[in-house]
Design a protein. Structure first.
Length: 281
């Protein structure tokens, strides 16, 4: 009788474990996700992505997201990248706050929030695929115009911060893409590379802070995702240091050309995502 009870109890445990694995939620368990293999793999990805962001000021998600989504769900990937971007921006701001002293950062923070809210609202009325197609095409056209010497005529920091926050926030809220509008505006103003990176890092910090608030309210921030992000911080710092060393060795002209190349790549990827989504529909 005792043996039967033990077998039934053991069988119940196995059934519960089997249900947990096959219910599609296996990636939330600590013994599955928080292991050395995943931490090493994520650290390598974040190291490479942080070099790109340390060099250009943006583009971390461009490198990291496609690779992370091989083994992490979309919602967890979004939270993970938001956490990593927030940590990166805080670290970068502590190092470069003198470069943005006196800038109308409060204006950028407010308009970023308005833009994110507007972008989120747009999603209720417009298919995200169309937004991606339009933004992708605009990014490419504007970059080619800037490369030919076109200027938006933006001369004041107040206008730059307002427009960067608004358009960057709209794109972030509607598509989850951060950086291109701000990079385009700063590039058109011929912003020095050190200030360029500092301003974009602050914008990304504002944008992901709003996103993390939404994620927390929606219950999407899980302990395992948070711990994995914290485990990736050493790789992030190493990538930031490497990117900084690389950018210090190039001229302003070379830096601008690299920014244009990264923006064109982001525009093409955005176009591809939009076209792919429409084909599925």
């Amino acid at each position: 009788m005792v043996c039967r009870l033990r077998r039934r109890r053991n069988g119940g445990k196995h059934r519960r474990r089997f249900f947990w694995v096959n219910s599609g939620r296996w990636h939330y368990t600590k013994n599955r996700m928080l292991n050395a293999e995943n931490i090493i793999f994520l650290s390598l990805i974040i190291f490479a992505a942080s070099i790109v962001r340390g060099f250009t000021g943006f583009g971390l998600a461009l490198v990291a997201v496609p690779l992370i989504q091989f083994f992490m769900p979309v919602s967890d990937t979004a939270v993970f990248i938001a956490l990593i971007n927030a940590v990166f921006s805080v670290i970068y701001f502590r190092r470069s706050r003198e470069l943005v002293r006196g800038q109308p950062l409060g204006r950028m923070a407010i308009w970023t929030g308005i833009g994110v809210a507007a972008g989120t609202l747009i999603l209720k009325f417009i298919n995200p695929a169309y937004i991606q197609l339009v933004w992708g095409l605009l990014i490419i056209l504007i970059v080619f115009a800037l490369a030919r010497g076109f200027s938006f005529g933006i001369s004041s920091d107040k206008s730059a911060m307002t427009l960067s926050g608004l358009f960057g926030g709209v794109l972030a809220g509607a598509t989850g893409i951060t950086g291109p509008p701000v990079a385009i505006i700063l590039s058109s103003m011929k912003t020095p590379r050190e200030k360029f990176n500092a301003v974009i890092s602050l914008f990304i910090l504002f944008a992901v802070s709003y996103a993390l608030i939404f994620y927390l309210v929606a219950g999407l921030v899980k302990t395992e995702t948070f711990l994995l992000a914290m485990c990736s911080v050493p790789a992030l710092i190493a990538g930031l240091y490497t990117g900084d060393r690389l950018v210090s060795r190039i001229s302003q002209l070379t830096f601008s050309r690299i920014i244009y190349i990264v923006l064109v790549i982001m525009g093409l990827i955005t176009l591809y995502k939009g076209a792919k989504a429409l084909m599925i529909l």
